[in-house]
Every structure is written in C-alpha cells, then in structure tokens.
Design a protein around this ligand. Structure first.
Ligand code: ADP
Ligand code: F6P
Length: 319
C-alpha cells in the first residue's frame, strides 16, 4: 500500500471534514501518498482527483459539509460504472480507498471491493441508521441542532399554549427523533419503528393540558412524516392550536460537536490502519465505546435494532 484515495458520498454530515483530515494526516504520517477524490463516486469515475498534503486539510476541523464535495451517482450502480471507477483508481495508482458515507455508499464500496479494490468505509451520516456501529459521524451534531430548535419552539409554544409538531430527518430510522425527544423533554415521540395511534396521541395531549401543561412537543421522524396533516388533525380532535415545523436540511450543516470531531479522528486513523494491515472490504465504527472494524458484508446485513429501553424511558419521563 503506497497511495490511498479518500472520498465522501451520499448525504453530507457534520464531521466529514474532520474525518478527511484524520485520514489524510494519518496516512501522511505513515509515509503514504493521499489522493482526494471530489464529488463521490461520480468524481471518481470522471477522474476528479488531486494529491493532498497536510496543508490541504488545514482549517477544516470545525467546518460542516465536506471540502471534497459529495454526490449521488446512478451510473456507479451499474457494473460498467464500477469497472470504470476501478480503472480510474488503477490509472491514478491508488491502492486503497476510504469511503466516507452512509449505507448506500457502503454498498457501492462493497461492490467495488469485489472488483479487487481495497476499500474501507467510515460511517458518515446524521441518520444513525447503521446497526454495526453505536454511532455514525454527524448524528451527535444533528441532535444538538435539533435540540437548539426544540428549545426555541418550546418558548413560543408555551407562550401560545400550543402543540408543536417537529419533524426531523433520519430516513427510516427514528434515532434522531428519539434521542432529541429525550434530550428536549418531548411529550410524544413518533418513530417508524413503533408507529402511533392518533386517538391515543390526542388523549395524551388533552390529559397533559388538564394536568396544567402549557405546551406539548411532539417529535416526529420523517420515516413516518406528515407533520402538517398531523398538526391539523390534532387541532380538529383536541381543539388545541397546533403548528408544524419541518427542520429539514438545517440538520445536516453546522460546526461538528466535540464528540463528532473526536469520533472522526479515531475512525479516520483506524481506516488507514485497516488498509495498511492489508485488509479490504471493511467498515470502521464503535462498539461499546471502542473503535472496531468489521467485514462490510457482515455489517450491512446486520438487522437494525431499535432501542426499546430508551423509548420506554422517554414515555415514562414525558408526563
Ligand atoms: P448514503 O451513502 O448517505 O446512504 P445514498 O444511498 O444516496 O447515500 O448512496 C450514495 C451513493 O452510493 C449513490 O448515489 C450510489 O452512487 C452509491 N450506491 C448506493 N446504492 C448502491 C448500490 N446498490 N450499488 C452501487 N452503488 C450504490
Ligand atoms: O441520509 C441523510 C439524509 O439527510 C436523510 O435524513 C434524508 O432523508 C435525506 O438524506 C435527504 O436527502 P437530500 O439531501 O437528497 O434531500
């Protein structure tokens, strides 16, 4: 292993820059050459590749987004597209590839490794939807962004004695809603893993009002969706004013938290070590707080488990 490449792919997440920095500087420290690949798999296929040095990653540890840019690329889903990508890597003399992205990007890395490319994945997504790792990079920062929004919504909801329905991202995973709901003291948390019953929800809201609650905060995961119509329905059934807020892409930006920066540093370093050890088709992550690496096929086929214990705690604390 003499030269490695690094790219970011799929939805960006805060901490990707810190991970790029860690990959680049760890690799240089170990005597490797590092090539930055722009715009994910799309840039890889087009040869948008440049050599990186220690200075290339100066002043980015605190920045959201990704200096390498990111993309979603349909052509890479075809065998021809991946063959083209593998060939570009060969032409540029890249012996190992670090892919920072979510499960889609990992699937791409897995298929690329079947063509003989040494690939390792770093979990970069706000969704926290990869079962093999305790946390994905960017999840903690996104939670803090959501928490800040909830705190503000609580002020105005209390003044107006309203119900506030807050829809957050996460694709089919309810973790952002669950964790932010707990941290923000939400009255109800609606996630795709559990679903909800509208009558039960309205009953809970009315009971809260009778007990003297001044506001009612409902965290809604986008995997369930429909914030506007839910707010309308709540108003109809309970007679209490309700407003919907869809937080959207604000959750993907911003300066990464200390937690995400440290995680990025550790995951980036491990990814380089994995390649130097001659391993391929691996992903890095954390298990019980410790950095680990695992076979990419195994990691992608693990069934996601929802934290029922945390969900129960949220329910018990909510009234
Ligand atoms: P994320 O990595 O955040 O989950 P996507 O699911 O959009 O984001 O995937 C990012 C990119 O990874 C896609 O645009 C595509 O280039 C590649 N990818 C996703 N799924 C596959 C697949 N089944 N086969 C090959 N490449 C894939
Ligand atoms: O995977 C990250 C994510 O932000 C999801 O939470 C969301 O469903 C999706 O990406 C949004 O994608 P786009 O940036 O294409 O709107």
């Amino acid at each position: 292993m003499k030269t490695i490449g690094v790219l970011t792919s799929g939805g960006d997440s805060p901490g990707m820059n810190a991970a790029i920095r860690s990959v680049v500087r760890t690799a240089l420290d170990k005597g490797l050459r590092v090539m930055g690949i722009q715009r994910g798999y799309s840039g890889l296929m087009n040869g948008e590749i440049f050599e990186m040095n220690r200075h290339s990653v100066s002043d980015i540890i605190h920045r959201g987004g990704t200096i390498l840019r990111t993309a979603r690329c349909e052509e890479f889903k075809t065998v021809e597209g991946r063959k083209k990508a593998a060939n570009v890597l060969k032409v540029f003399g890249i012996d190992g590839l670090v892919v920072i992205g979510g499960d889609g990007s990992f699937t791409g890395a897995r298929l690329l490794s079947e063509l003989g490319v040494a690939a390792v994945g770093i979990p970069g997504t706000i969704d926290n939807d990869l079962s093999y790792t305790d946390y994905t990079l960017g999840f903690d920062t996104a939670l803090n962004t959501v928490l800040d929004a909830i705190n503000k919504l609580r002020d105005t909801s209390t003044s107006h004695e309203r119900v506030s329905v807050v829809e957050v991202m996460g694709r089919n995973c309810g973790d952002i809603a669950l964790y932010a709901g707990i941290a923000g003291g939400a009255e109800s948390i609606i996630v795709p893993e559990k679903g909800y019953d509208i009558d039960e929800l309205c009953k809970t809201i009315l009971e809260g009002k009778l007990r003297g609650k001044m506001h009612n905060l409902i965290m809604l995961a986008e995997g369930v969706g429909g914030a506007e119509s839910l707010a309308k329905k709540i108003e109809e059934v309970t007679g209490i004013e309700a407003r919907a807020t869809i937080l959207g892409h604000i959750q993907r930006g911003g300066s990464p938290s200390a937690f995400d920066r440290v995680l990025a540093a550790r995951l980036g370093a491990r990814a380089v070590e994995v390649l130097l050890d001659g391993k391929t088709a691996r992903v890095v992550g954390t298990k019980d707080g410790k950095i680990m690496d695992q076979d990419i096929n195994e990691a992608l086929s693990m069934e996601r488990t929802f934290d029922e214990g945390l969900y129960d705690i949220a329910r018990a604390l909510s009234y």
